[in-house]
Design a protein around this ligand. Structure first.
Ligand SMILES: Cc1ncc(COP(=O)(O)O)c(C=O)c1O
Length: 380
């Protein structure tokens, strides 16, 4: 059996997304900047996609900019938000994705900002009193705090953070890569200035993404060149990526509650069975709390075991199960997870992140638990 439980790293594309993209690979190949009919038909499809994304997020098309993914969207919001708004101080947390952490660290190394990182407790929760104190002491700050953590599934309260940002005049960016397409984002009511998406996390194509920037917090472009994306991102558009991400978001919104219910049931079963079958199992962050964590992610901490030490992912892979040990984007890297380190996780225990999608089923969960049981039966 082959089981794919690494959906926080990337997801399989939905066939309907592929169908929507195909005509733009075959027939509609014009450059959207060309004024002739071949160009105009493609331009019109891009603008329809932008309108669709804007409608789903309850905002305006003028505030949506297509990018090559979440990383580029994060870089644009942070680097250009800081530069455009004369920001000298930024606040983030040690458990952010590297697309945010490394970008802000470079801004600090270049002397553009002073960077503060909020404390996190052993469950990965942030201290919002500390956030407020930092905002009070540093007017015109930038806040970058993710909606859901890609490794441990912790959810931040964007309304609460955004209200503090408004109160103290801060620019609020959130890395929403893991929640886009899985939760409703209502940008009319959400007090946020910038958020981001990567299409491949919700059954769209890799290399597609978008950035939302609130119209009264406009920023300069990150990539200079032609006038594409209303002068906000030079370069011929990734047309098939744009068509694909908009279609994937549309499908995600069509039955978001149904997808959530299906995936939550799998996760609940996974947690309950693991507790019953593997003595000493624990869960990292808030990920086993079904109501207060990203429903697609479960981060499991297994008891020390000689047979599996450092080999757990490999052993699972041998059984056909694909999962991940830390941050998706650096799975395969030998460095440990900066998120688990920030939580003071016991390095003697092996951790594995299982992440689910609507394409998974209960048989895959049972198969995986069975294999984990066999792997841990050796010494138990
Ligand atoms: C929280 C988070 N932010 C950013 C990214 C990067 O997104 P992309 O792969 O679209 O550049 C990822 C990918 O794993 C992620 O999980």
């Amino acid at each position: 059996m082959k089981v794919y439980f690494d959906n926080a790293a990337t997801t399989a594309m939905d066939d309907r997304v592929i169908e929507a993209m195909l005509p733009f690979m075959k027939n509609h190949y014009g450059n959207p900047s060309s004024v002739h009919s071949h160009g105009r038909e493609v331009r019109s499809a891009i603008e329809k996609s932008r309108k669709k994304v804007a409608e789903l997020l309850n905002t305006t098309p003028a505030e949506i900019f297509f990018t090559s993914g979440g990383t580029e969207a994060d870089n644009t919001a942070l680097v250009c938000g800081i530069e455009t708004h004369g920001i000298k101080h930024a606040i983030t947390s040690p458990v952010e994705h590297h697309a945010v952490l490394h970008t802000l660290e470079v801004c600090e190394q270049k002397g553009h900002i002073q960077l503060s990182k909020l404390d996190v407790n052993e469950r990965g929760e942030l201290d919002l009193d500390q956030l407020e104190a930092l905002l009070k002491a540093n007017p015109n700050s930038l806040i970058s705090l993710m909606h859901a953590n890609n490794e441990i599934g912790n959810l931040n309260d964007l309304n609460k953070i955004g209200s503090l940002a408004r109160e103290y005049g801060a620019f609020f960016h959130s890395d929403t890569v893991q929640t886009m397409g899985h939760y409703v984002h209502d940008l009319k009511s959400l007090p946020i200035d910038a958020l981001v998406a990567g299409g491949h996390k919700f059954h769209g194509p890799k290399g597609s993404g978008f950035l939302y920037v609130r119209k009264d917090k406009k920023i300069h472009p990150f990539i200079h060149g032609g006038a594409q994306e209303r002068n906000m991102r030079g370069g011929t558009e990734n047309v098939i990526g744009i068509i694909g991400i908009a279609k994937a978001l549309e499908i995600a919104y069509e039955d978001m509650a149904g997808h959530e219910a299906h995936i939550k049931a799998l996760k609940k079963h996974f947690v309950e069975k693991l507790k019953a079958e593997i003595p000493g199992v624990e869960f990292n962050g808030m990920s086993a709390d079904l109501e207060n964590s990203l429903y697609t992610v479960l981060n499991v901490s297994l008891p020390p075991s000689e047979a599996n030490a450092g080999m757990l992912l490999f052993n699972l892979d041998l059984e056909g199960i694909s999962a991940s040990g830390g941050s998706a984007c650096s799975s395969g890297a030998t460095v440990g997870s900066h998120v688990l380190r920030a939580l003071n996780h016991n390095p003697e225990r092996d951790s594995v992140r299982f992440s689910f999608s609507r394409f998974n089923n209960i048989e895959e969960v049972d198969y995986t638990i069975g294999k984990l049981k066999e792997l841990y039966a050796v010494e138990v």
